[in-house]
Design a protein around this ligand. Structure first.
Ligand SMILES: [Zn+2]
Length: 269
């Protein structure tokens, strides 16, 4: 993360916190452990407003998820301990850098007691193995550990008509209308909308390493506010990711009970 100037993280997070305050929203911040370590005051600001801090890897390096399970257990443990020491809360959720998640990472997360991952993007543009995964939260196909019911995946939402993830980067490129259509489509199919944004998306820039890193940054905050207003007008309830995970867990538990009851009645017959 050394390539991102401090001011972008500081000013970007401050702008986002202001917006969330104004609309009484509590959000989830996925933070790389090195960022939590470098910006303790920002971490305090985030936590004091009631937001959730989840883990975004140790150094925002996509190679972290390519390590062996044992190595990843250690890396995630280190990242978790750093974040906990700076926030006072042990993170229970994870998002892989650049959405590059692996099965080894899921196993390492579960071994570290994580409740959910939110790295899957149901789009052919984000790895062919993810095309057929559902857009709604689902249990991951990895062995359950004895002490919990398995890791939950909360996918990042996409616009089904042009399947890129709903978030700051694509909103800047494809525009507000594309984003609203994406949000509306998910509402219609009763899929929770997981919309993401980076601090760098909301800091006005006119140049950068590649055009899509600075394209339309001047309008991004305004567009995000429009999305928030649109969701509120539609009656949407804003949840932190761990709250959504708890609701999904309760739903799955109900389904399991129904399944168990059905089986037992069958056996009686
Ligand atoms: Zn990131």
């Amino acid at each position: 993360m050394s390539y991102i100037p401090n001011s972008i993280i500081e000013n970007g997070v401050t702008s986002l916190l202001r917006l969330f305050d104004e609309y009484a929203i509590e959000a989830t911040f996925f933070v790389p452990a090195v960022v939590a370590q470098k910006f303790p005051t920002i971490m305090e600001e985030i936590v004091s407003r009631g937001h959730e801090v989840s883990c975004h890897g140790l150094e925002h390096d996509p190679r972290e998820v390519t390590l062996s399970v044992n190595k990843q257990i250690q890396v995630i443990r280190t990242a978790t301990e750093i974040i906990e020491s700076k926030t006072g809360f042990r993170p229970v959720g994870y998002r892989a850098a650049l959405f590059k998640i692996t099965r080894n990472c899921w196993i390492a997360l579960q071994k570290n007691g994580y409740v959910y991952d939110s790295s899957v993007v149901c789009s052919p543009f984000y790895g062919t193995h993810k095309i057929f995964l559902p857009a709604k939260p689902f249990r991951l196909p990895i062995p359950k550990s004895s002490e919990n019911h398995g890791l939950l995946e909360i996918p990042v939402s996409v616009n089904p008509f042009l399947p890129f993830p709903l978030g700051g980067a694509c909103m800047r490129i494809f525009g507000l209308r594309w984003s609203k259509i994406g949000v509306k489509s998910n509402f219609i199919s009763k899929t929770p909308v997981v919309f993401y944004i980076h601090p760098k998306d909301v800091i006005t820039r006119t140049s950068g390493r590649v055009w899509h890193s600075y394209c339309n940054t001047a309008n991004c905050m305004k567009m995000l506010e429009e999305i928030v207003k649109y969701a509120k007008q539609s009656g949407a309830k804003f949840l932190k990711a761990h709250e959504l995970a708890r609701l999904c867990g309760e739903e799955f538990a109900k389904t399991c009970r129904v399944t168990t009851n059905t089986n037992s009645s069958h056996s009686r017959v």
